[in-house]
Ligand binder design. Structure first.
Ligand code: ATP
Length: 238
């Protein structure tokens, strides 16, 4: 079953059309990746899915519901949660309070307490730094906090925007390993926008390549990895 279904989605900033008729589907429990050059519309696509930007046309279905144009807090409550590009942690709040902010739509206090333990199990550094201001964390630790904060919303699906941005290859690999674990252990569906095509195509099940607001190539990552044109343009191989 598809958890996310996007049909003919269009988004614009005034006259600037950023997403020009995107259709894609992500089956429940799978990892999908959206690749593409700078300015292709990847971030705008994610922001439209999470309700931050209102689409001009098209529809977004999540599970059984049409969530097109719904507000972000409704979409979070439905179980679709975005980890924004650049992390956007609250720098003057403690690490623990940042995590609790992720659970702001929840009323099940026992479940929240349980999930706090679970996410600190995935990212032990966040337990060690629980009382520190989040602004004092390194870039990699802030990325971990941003993912952990999304998990605190008990999501069915996470939209992950450029998790590797500004991180070393080693830290990026570490984060992708944990993302894979979250997918395997919790069944969380993921849509990952990523500059590091090599890594993303290695981790994801299905890939979409966005250029100029349109999907120009899509398919199983195992197939995309073997395609000569993709190797040349995205994997730097020839
Ligand atoms: P990047 O990898 O650089 O983040 P992207 O694929 O995520 O790129 P978007 O950030 O979605 O691309 O941008 C798509 C298009 O929309 C670009 O032409 C960009 O200049 C434009 N754009 C993005 N944000 C705004 C904005 N706030 N106002 C006007 N135009 C914007």
């Amino acid at each position: 079953m598809n958890l996310l279904e996007v049909a003919n989605l269009e988004s614009a900033y005034g006259p600037v059309k950023a997403v020009r008729g995107v259709s894609l589907a992500v089956p429940e429990g799978r990892i999908a990746t959206v690749l593409g050059p700078n300015g292709a519309g990847k971030t705008t696509l994610l922001k439209t899915l999470s309700g931050i930007i209102d689409p001009k046309r098209g529809s977004v279905r999540f599970g059984e519901q049409d969530i097109t144009g719904r507000d972000p807090s409704h979409i979070v409550r439905m179980g679709l949660v975005q980890v924004p590009e650049g992390r956007e942690v609250f720098p003057l709040l403690s690490v623990r309070d940042n995590l609790l902010m992720g659970a702001y739509t929840r009323t099940d206090r026992d479940g929240v307490a349980r999930d706090l333990e679970v996410v600190q199990g995935y990212f032990p550094i966040l337990r060690e730094r629980a009382t520190q201001d989040a602004g004092l964390l390194s870039g990699g630790q802030q990325q971990m906090l941003a993912i952990a904060r999304a998990l605190m919303a008990a999501p069915k699906m996470i939209l992950l925007d450029e998790p590797s941005l500004g991180l070393s290859p080693k830290l990026t690999q570490e984060i992708f390993d944990i993302v894979l674990r979250i997918n395997r252990e919790r069944g969380t569906t993921l849509l990952i926008v990523e500059q590091n095509a090599h890594l993303a195509l290695g981790v994801a099940d299905l890939g979409f390549i966005l250029e100029n607001g349109r999907i120009v190539v899509e398919g199983a990552c195992a197939v995309l990895r073997e395609r000569a044109d993709i190797q040349e343009f995205y994997l730097g191989l020839q």
